[in-house]
Design a protein around this ligand. Structure first.
Ligand SMILES: Cc1cc2nc3c(=O)[nH]c(=O)nc-3n(C[C@H](O)[C@H](O)[C@H](O)COP(=O)(O)O)c2cc1C
Ligand SMILES: CC(C)CC(=O)C(=O)O
Length: 370
C-alpha cells in the first residue's frame, strides 16, 4: 500500500509537458483535426470492462508471446515515433537501450533523429538479442525506398513496418497553430541523410505518398525481411493484406494523427482480428496506458500492443532510466491484471471477458482470439 498522502495518480504527460518546449510537447501530444480519434483511443478502453474468471488454479504465469518467430517477454512493443531528440538529448539511443534492457521490441522510425544503424548498435550493446524493426514510409522514388530498406537490413533490423495510413500527412491542428514544421538546428531526420538524388550530407524531407498494393509487391521483391503493415483499420484491407502475404498487421489510427474520424484502434480491432482469423499476428497500438488496456486488446484479438506517447513522456522526464521504468511498470501491471483475470498466459484472455460498461451486458462466446 502507498502512504495516506500519496496524492492523485501521477500523470506522465503533465510531467513531460513541464520539461518540453510548448511546441514540442504539442507535436508529441497532438492529433489531427479536433483530436477526436486521439481522445477516443484512450476513452474507448474506458468503455470496456474485464470479466475476471475465478478458481482457475496455479500461481504460475508466463507473459511471453511469440511474434514472427521470436519470443517476446511480454505482449508489448515500442511503437515508432519520430524525433526522440526533441524529448531528450540522448533521443533514440536512450529509447533503444531501455527497450533492450527490458526485452521490449523496438520499432524505430524512419523519422528518427538517430540513424537506424546507431539505434540498433545501442540496442545490441545492451542485449545482443534485442529485437529492432524499422518503420518505413514508401518514398516517391523507388531508389530512395530501396536505399532505406538496405540501411535497415544492414543495421540488423528483423522486420519492416510499412506505415500505410499516410497517403498525405494529417492536419495537425496544434502544429499549425504553433507554426511547428521544422526540427531545430542541430537535429535532423538522420535516416534521410545522403540518399540518392540529394547533395552529399544533406537530409531529404520525408514524403508521404498514396501507395498501392503493387508497391507492396515491389517491396516484397526488394527484401526478404518480414513485412508488417501498420495502420490497418478496415477488415477487408486486413484480408487483402494477408492474401498478399504480409507477415503481420498493426491495427492503428496513428495515435489519432491522421484521419480524425477514424475509430479508436481498440474498436477496430475485433473485426480485423476476425478477418485475419489467426493467419498472421495482429498487433495494435493507440491509447494503451495500463495493464488492463493490454489485457482488453489481447482478449479482443491482438497478439501484442504498442505504446507511443508513454515512451516519449518517460524519455522526456527520465531519459533511458525513465523509459526502462515505464516499460517495466507496464509489463508488471499486465502480469498482475492477467492473474486477476484468472489467466496464466496471454492467450488465456478471451473475448467473452470483455463487456461494455453499463448494464446489462451479455458475454460473448469464449473462444480464444488467437
Ligand atoms: C510524436 C509521434 C510521432 C509519430 N511518428 C510516427 C512515425 O514516424 N511513423 C509511424 O508509423 N507512426 C508514428 N506515430 C504513431 C505511433 O506509431 C503510434 O501509432 C501511436 O503513437 C500509438 O498511440 P499512442 O501514442 O496513444 O500509444 C507517431 C506518434 C506520435 C505521438
Ligand atoms: C514526421 C512524421 C513523418 C512523423 C509522423 O508520422 C507523425 O508525426 O505522426
Amino acid at each position: 500500500m502507498t502512504g495516506a498522502h500519496a496524492g492523485p495518480p501521477h500523470d506522465p504527460a503533465e510531467s513531460a509537458r513541464e520539461e518540453l518546449r510548448p511546441e514540442h510537447y504539442d507535436y508529441f501530444a497532438g492529433g489531427a483535426g479536433e483530436e477526436t480519434a486521439l481522445r477516443e483511443n484512450e476513452d474507448a478502453f474506458g468503455r470496456l470492462a474485464l470479466l475476471p474468471r475465478v478458481l482457475r488454479g496455479g500461481a504460475d504465469r508466463d507473459t511471453r508471446v511469440s511474434v514472427l518467430g521470436r519470443q517476446w517477454p511480454a505482449p508489448l512493443f515500442v511503437a515508432p515515433t519520430a524525433f526522440h531528440r526533441l524529448a531528450h538529448p540522448d533521443g533514440e539511443l536512450a529509447t533503444a537501450r531501455a527497450a533492450a534492457a527490458t526485452g521490449t521490441p523496438l520499432v524505430t522510425g524512419m523519422a528518427a533523429t538517430t540513424a537506424v544503424a546507431d539505434v540498433v548498435t545501442a540496442a545490441r550493446e545492451t542485449d545482443p538479442d534485442a529485437v529492432v524493426w524499422f518503420q518505413l514510409y514508401l518514398q516517391p522514388e523507388h531508389e530512395v525506398t530501396a536505399e532505406l530498406v538496405l540501411r535497415a537490413e544492414r543495421a540488423g533490423c528483423s522486420a519492416l513496418v510499412v506505415t500505410v495510413d499516410s497517403p498525405v500527412f494529417g492536419r495537425r491542428t496544434r502544429d499549425l497553430r504553433n507554426g511547428f514544421h521544422d526540427l531545430p538546428p542541430g537535429l535532423a531526420a538522420e535516416n534521410m541523410r545522403d540518399l540518392p538524388g540529394a547533395a552529399p550530407g544533406a537530409t531529404r524531407d520525408i514524403a508521404m505518398r498514396s501507395a498501392g498494393w503493387d508497391d507492396l509487391a515491389g517491396l516484397r521483391e526488394l527484401t526478404d525481411l518480414p513485412l508488417v503493415l501498420k495502420g490497418v483499420l478496415h477488415p477487408e484491407d486486413a484480408r487483402a493484406a494477408v492474401e498478399q502475404g504480409v507477415d503481420a498487421l498493426v491495427v492503428s489510427n496513428h495515435g489519432g494523427r491522421q484521419l480524425d474520424a477514424a475509430p479508436a484502434s481498440v474498436e477496430a480491432l475485433p473485426a480485423v482480428a476476425e478477418a485475419v482469423a489467426g493467419r498472421v499476428p495482429v498487433l495494435m497500438d493507440g491509447g494503451v496506458r495500463r495493464g488492463t488496456d493490454i489485457a482488453l486488446a489481447l482478449a479482443l484479438g491482438a497478439r501484442a500492443v504498442g505504446v507511443g506517447r508513454p515512451v516519449l513522456w518517460a524519455l522526456a522526464t527520465g531519459g533511458e532510466a525513465g523509459v526502462r521504468e515505464a516499460l517495466t511498470a507496464l509489463r508488471e501491471d499486465f502480469d498482475q491484471v492477467l492473474a486477476l483475470c484468472g489467466g496464466h498466459r496471454p492467450q488465456d484472455l478471451t473475448a467473452d471477458q470483455v463487456v461494455p460498461r453499463g448494464l446489462p451486458y451479455q458475454p460473448r462466446r469464449g473462444e480464444r482470439a488467437w
